[in-house]
Each structure stands twice: as structure tokens, then as C-alpha cells.
Design a binder for this molecule. Structure first.
Ligand code: DC
Length: 231
């Protein structure tokens, strides 16, 4: 059997990278880790524990509470899909709400939060055979990953996807609000001081704006086999 590798998939919010990464992991029998879900879980923790007041995060309280925040993944969904657990509680649905989406970028700029989550992510990758998606996986978490992909698509295209996804879940949403949220997250993600979102020099670029899911998977599988064969 071929040696297992680490696959890092980075890109803008709502670029479809999670769906793609999850499906790739399923097909090749790898573990999938959604690193964005981890930042979302920390954000939910802060919201639930009164650490966000009038849109401002009480950074000191959140940093002090970090050791008591445990994030794990389990295939607990009826769908067999991996769900995110915050201190043992399944929070998969809550972490996708607009409230969490609106606060997650400022939480993700806190250096101590990043430090803790990056350490956890590196733990998950110890055995290799992992597909992890996020913003800094190929640059900071696994700079030596054997396969790195950087996904991009226009903000409008991504907002459209996110809007349909939220509507499907029954959330009342306004397209302009979703677009503003996507653009604001792009701005924060690309300009933050610690680990800003950028393409690693050795990452393969995938512009999926006009590709179907099947085409994206075909592209990914081809690249995976090419890299795996060289190992
Ligand atoms: O991929 P997502 O939209 O679920 O990510 C949520 C937020 O977490 C996003 O605003 C950026 C942040 N994030 C990050 O800073 N680093 C990662 N590796 C993953 C996500």
C-alpha cells in the first residue's frame, strides 16, 4: 500500500473547500479535519460564556479559558458525516449560524487561539493520512504537506453558495448580508498579522468558480494519484 501523506486544502471562506476535502478524504480513506470548525467552536464557546459584548470579544477571559476548551470530531451524524464536538457536545449545527460566522474572524486573529488550535491540528496530523482544510494549513500547520491545494472563486460566487446553503437549512438570510459577511471575512483573513490567508508557494491552485463538484473531484483525484505515485 502506498505511504500515507498529508493533504492541505486552503482557500477563501465558502469556496467549497470543506465539501471537496471531506469527499476526497472519504474516497481515499483518509481522516478529514475541518480546521474552520475549530475556530467556530471556540467562537461559540465565547458567545455562550458571555465573552462577547456589543460585538467585542473579551480577549483576556477567552485566552484564560482556552485550556478548558476541548475540540474533537466524531462521525455522529445520521449522515455518517463527521461532527464537531465542543467539550463533548455536538455543536455542528450551532457553529454554522450567522451569529458564529459574524464573530469567527475576530476570534481567529487572537494569537493564543491560533497557537492552541494549530497545536491541536498538528496532533491530528501525526499519523498522516489526513485531509485538512482551512486558511493556513499549507503555510503554518503543515508546511511540509506532500499535497497542497489553494482554492479560489469570486466573492459573489462564494456568497451565492453560502446563501443557498443557509436557506436550505431554513435560516432567514439576505443575500447582500451574506455577501458583506464573505467580503469582510476575506478582508480580515488576508490582512491579519498571524498566519494570514495566502497561497503557499508550492500549492496547486484550483479556481473552481465554473467547475462542477464532479470536475473538482476528478482534478483532485488526479493530483492525488500523481503525488502518491512519486512517493
Ligand atoms: O472555513 P470557515 O469559513 O468555516 O472558517 C471560519 C473562520 O475561521 C474564518 O473566518 C477564518 C478562520 N480560520 C482560520 O483563521 N484558520 C483556519 N485554518 C481555518 C479557519
Amino acid at each position: 500500500m502506498a505511504e500515507k501523506i498529508i493533504i492541505a486544502i486552503d482557500g477563501y471562506s465558502s469556496s467549497g473547500k470543506s465539501t471537496m476535502a471531506r469527499e476526497l478524504a472519504r474516497r481515499i480513506g483518509y481522516v478529514y479535519v475541518d480546521s474552520g470548525a475549530m475556530y467556530r467552536a471556540v467562537t461559540l464557546f465565547a458567545l455562550r460564556n458571555g465573552m462577547v459584548k456589543e460585538g467585542k470579544i473579551d480577549v483576556d477571559s477567552l485566552v484564560s479559558a482556552l485550556p478548558s476548551i476541548n475540540i474533537t470530531f466524531q462521525p455522529t451524524g445520521e449522515d455518517g458525516i463527521q461532527h464537531t464536538l465542543l467539550n463533548g457536545e455536538d455543536v455542528e449545527k450551532e457553529i454554522r449560524s450567522m451569529e458564529v460566522s459574524g464573530m469567527v474572524s475576530p476570534v481567529a486573529v487572537i494569537p493564543e487561539v491560533r497557537e492552541r488550535l494549530v497545536a491541536l491540528q498538528q496532533q491530528f496530523g501525526k499519523e498522516k493520512g489526513i485531509v485538512m482544510d482551512g486558511r493556513d494549513i499549507g503555510t503554518t500547520v503543515f508546511p511540509d504537506a506532500e499535497m497542497k491545494v489553494f482554492v479560489c472563486a469570486s466573492a459573489e460566487e462564494r456568497a451565492k453558495r453560502r446563501y443557498l446553503e443557509l436557506k436550505e437549512k431554513g435560516e432567514e438570510v439576505d443575500f447582500e448580508e451574506v455577501l458583506r459577511n464573505v467580503e469582510e471575512r476575506d478582508r480580515i483573513d488576508t490582512t491579519r498579522e498571524v498566519s494570514p490567508l495566502r497561497k503557499a508557494s508550492d500549492a496547486l491552485e484550483l479556481d473552481n468558480g465554473s467547475m462542477t463538484r464532479a470536475q473538482q473531484m476528478e482534478w483532485l483525484m488526479e493530483k492525488f494519484h500523481e503525488i502518491e505515485m512519486k512517493k
